[in-house]
Design a protein around this ligand. Structure first.
Ligand SMILES: Nc1ncnc2c1ncn2[C@@H]1O[C@H](COP(=O)(O)OP(=O)(O)OP(=O)(O)O)[C@@H](O)[C@H]1O
Ligand SMILES: [Mg+2]
Length: 448
């Protein structure tokens, strides 16, 4: 059953219960009024002879009790069925109760009237002796008027409760249920379009659960859509990058098939190029696999790693490969961090490789590590070509290559650095002056 249907059923059940309660109140009040009337009637009928005598005097306008009997009918009912009126109520002098014959000693009963303005009376018929019975009756006008007033009041009260319940139901529906229905429809639309286009809902008031749910839904849809877009761009970029070496490979194989590689030297050259392109493709695939593997911290094997020692190793390798370079290593403080040793080495190697690749042969390269409170900062400084300010924010993007001309890589090195540092909850960045050089830095947390 939907929430909305449950709400309708609950409101309807509530209204029925309240109506039943009001009906019960009505009948109990009415029977209370009748009981009062009956009490008076039985009191009057206790001594019928005296009552008839007093009534006769009251009718004649004499007697002290006349004032007490202003609304009472008293008559004498004979065995032969004749009814003689003794006293009539002041307000209804023509009143005569309609007797059906079963009233004798039956206690208080309700009967219609055959004359007078009251429609019904409550009466008792008690023996007078000598086959005569005294009929004592009181008009029901008062009880009926009070019952009518009570019924009207209860009816109006019920209508009021129903109105409030309907308003409350509408309010709950508007604020709580309709947004949920909208949300469901929006979720179905998102599923239908495969999460590519964000379908946002009107989240409404942020103070309500539905409002918060709507905002959360919108945020989730936006994240999914942007994730899908990133993935799409990534796949497009990756295919594009792989297509270039692939085209080269195809070109050489076509050339060979057409007999275009006549001499052995040409074949050797072509093979060399094919090999280089194949290696390039291999590197791209490895890098892409690295990027997907570096999802979060759980992908890391954390241990204590001394960054100064890593830098010293890198410097030694670099000096061996490039003896012309001045490579300096500076260290200050305790430079041990909690990190995945292989990944950190991989990241710093990529930074050093860039420093080498994008600076002139023989220029100096500086490596530094320094403890700064809860983190250790590592810097790789070069005196190379630098990066224009407009390109700086994008150098860590996948497949982004800054500047034109000069050496070119796959554009994944810094993206992997960023992914490794982010997986460590660390920070990274770059400062650069075009024509003067760059400083790439990474900060990783010390063990706690
Ligand atoms: N030290 C640096 N000096 C100047 N430019 C740099 C430096 N490091 C990176 N860059 C610029 O940033 C771009 C992105 O670097 P990244 O390491 O991600 O890719 P790549 O070096 O081109 O390729 P890969 O490292 O995957 O072989 C480079 O193409 C280069 O233009
Ligand atoms: Mg690089």
């Amino acid at each position: 059953m939907t929430l909305r249907r449950r709400l309708v059923v609950a409101v309807a059940a509530l209204l029925v219960i309240i109506a039943l309660a009001f009906v019960a109140v009505f009948f109990s009040q009415r029977s209370y009024l009748l009981a009062q009337l009956d009490e008076r009637l039985t009191g009057l009928a206790l001594n019928t002879k005296a009552l008839v005598a007093v009534s006769a005097r009251a009718e004649a306008g004499t007697g002290a009790a006349a004032g007490l009997l202003t609304d009472v009918y008293v008559g004498i009912h004979r065995d032969n069925g004749r009814l003689r009126n003794v006293l009539a109520p002041d307000a209804d002098p023509a009143l005569v109760p309609a007797l059906v014959g079963d009233e004798r000693d039956a206690g208080p009963v309700t009967r219609a009237t055959i004359a007078g303005s009251a429609l019904r009376v409550r009466l008792v018929e008690a023996p007078l002796g000598g086959e005569r019975y005294a009929v004592v009756a009181v008009p029901m006008t008062g009880v009926e008027a009070q019952s009518r007033r009570l019924a009207t009041a209860l009816g109006l009260a019920w209508l009021g409760v129903a109105g409030v319940a309907l308003l409350a139901g509408y309010w709950v529906d508007r604020l709580g249920l309709r947004p949920i229905a909208d949300l469901t429809a929006a979720a179905e639309r998102v599923t239908a379009n495969g999460g590519r286009t964000p379908v946002l809902v009107d989240s409404g008031s942020p103070g309500t659960e539905a409002g918060r749910l709507g905002s959360a839904f919108n945020a989730m849809v936006a994240t999914t859509a942007s994730g899908q877009e990133q993935l799409r761009r990534f796949v497009a970029d990756a295919s594009h990058e792989l297509r270039t070496p692939l085209t080269t490979l195809r070109g050489y194989s076509a050339l060979y098939a057409q007999g275009g590689l006549a001499t052995e030297a040409q074949v050797a050259d072509a093979m060399g190029r094919i090999n280089a392109e194949a290696s390039r493709m291999g590197r791209i695939v490895d890098d892409l696999l690295d990027l997907t593997a570096l999802g979060d911290r759980s992908a890391l094997t954390l241990a204590r790693v001394d960054l100064a020692a890593v830098l010293t190793d890198l410097a030694a390798d670099l000096r061996a490969r490039e003896p012309d370079r001045t490579v300096t290593v500076e260290t200050s403080g305790d430079t041990v961090v909690l990190a995945d040793s292989d990944r950190v080495r991989q990241a710093l190697t990529a930074l050093v490789a860039n420093a080498v690749k994008y600076s002139g042969a023989g220029t100096a390269i500086g490596l530094a590590s320094e403890q700064r409170g809860p983190v250790v900062r590592v810097q790789v400084t070069d005196a190379g070509r630098g990066i224009p300010a407009v390109e700086l924010p994008r150098v860590f993007d996948r497949f982004y290559r800054a500047g034109d001309g000069g050496p070119r890589g796959t554009g994944l090195g810094l993206a992997i650095v960023a992914a490794i540092v982010s997986a460590h909850d660390g920070r990274y960045g770059v400062d650069s002056v075009p024509g003067q050089g760059s400083v790439f830095w990474v900060e990783l947390g010390v063990p706690r």
